[in-house]
Design a binder for this molecule. Structure first.
Ligand code: UGA
Ligand code: MN
Length: 243
């Protein structure tokens, strides 16, 4: 079955490096559609170009964060992007298969991605390097989820990380109301709650949730890096920043 990987991304000096890292993981995975959704008003030439160059099976969409959130210090990141991708899935995805929200800065083991594609309803698995605990995971006893280990429980029904679950396309399509709200910190739980399932429906991946095959890594920002060649006085160079 096909695997749809949904990646929110946005313009900054680290964008192409992040997408390069992720693309090189995804190029190892069969039957994959990479839905890259750029938080931009218009397509970013560097990204469009990169995706074409790598000949990776992809869909490139743009979805800008609404203006009222842009000024916030802690805005709901990647939400407009994921909503756009869900809309695309509902219209175009084939029956069967599953989708996964894969932020552009995390680190993914291809063995997890190959497990995810078989998700029947909703699957869950551990994520490393989340919060000060360094782990977010379902707690499993006798093959059943009895709770969640997460550094930020915060009254969430499903205290999981964005990278800690996947959903089947058919399951999503049977729930036309399901969506992700612009609510910082509540994106995962509210989206999952809107899918209307119980813990008995959840399939555990990564060896019954005993192995870490995805990490919530963060790339240190170089805020001084100049995006694009225009501002550089670098006339003798052949480097094309393409941005
Ligand atoms: C955590 C969660 O893992 C995210 O899935 C969640 O969206 C985010 O918090 C949140 O609640 O705001 P974190 O590592 O802190 O993620 O956030 P980022 O990696 O900076 O952003 C998440 C995704 O959104 C990335 O794929 C990033 O490229 C994208 N993003 C970020 C945008 O599309 N626009 C932005 O302005 C910032
Ligand atoms: Mn991140």
């Amino acid at each position: 079955p096909p695997l749809y990987v949904i990646t929110p991304t946005y313009r900054r000096a680290e964008q192409i490096p992040e997408l390069t890292r992720l693309a090189q993981t995804l190029l190892l995975v069969d039957s994959l559609v990479w839905i890259v959704v750029d938080d931009a008003d218009e397509p970013t030439p560097a990204v469009v170009n990169y995706l074409q160059e790598r000949r990776i099976c992809h869909v490139y969409l743009i979805a800008r964060m609404p203006a009222k959130f842009q000024k916030l210090k802690n805005p709901p990141r990647g939400v407009a992007n994921r909503r756009k991708a869900l809309e695309w899935l509902r219209k175009h995805a084939k029956k069967g298969g599953a989708f996964y929200f894969a932020d552009d800065d995390n680190t993914y083991d291809t063995r997890l991605l190959d497990e995810i594609r078989h998700t029947k309803k909703v699957s869950m698995f551990p994520v490393g390097l989340v919060t000060q605990l360094g782990l977010s995971s379902p707690i499993v006893r006798n093959g059943k989820i009895v709770g969640f280990y997460d550094g930020w429980i915060a009254n969430r029904k499903f205290p999981v990380d964005m990278a800690g679950f996947a959903v089947s396309v058919d399951f999503l399509n049977a729930r036309p109301e399901a969506d992700m709200p612009f609510l910082v910190g509540q994106e995962e739980t509210k989206f999952l709650e809107s899918l209307n399932f119980t813990l008995d429906d959840v399939e555990l991946l990564s060896s019954n949730a005993t192995t870490i095959r995805v990490w919530h890594t963060k790339t240190k920002k170089n805020n001084k890096a100049i995006l694009g060649a225009k501002k550089l006085n670098y006339k003798d160079s052949n480097i094309n920043f393409l941005q």
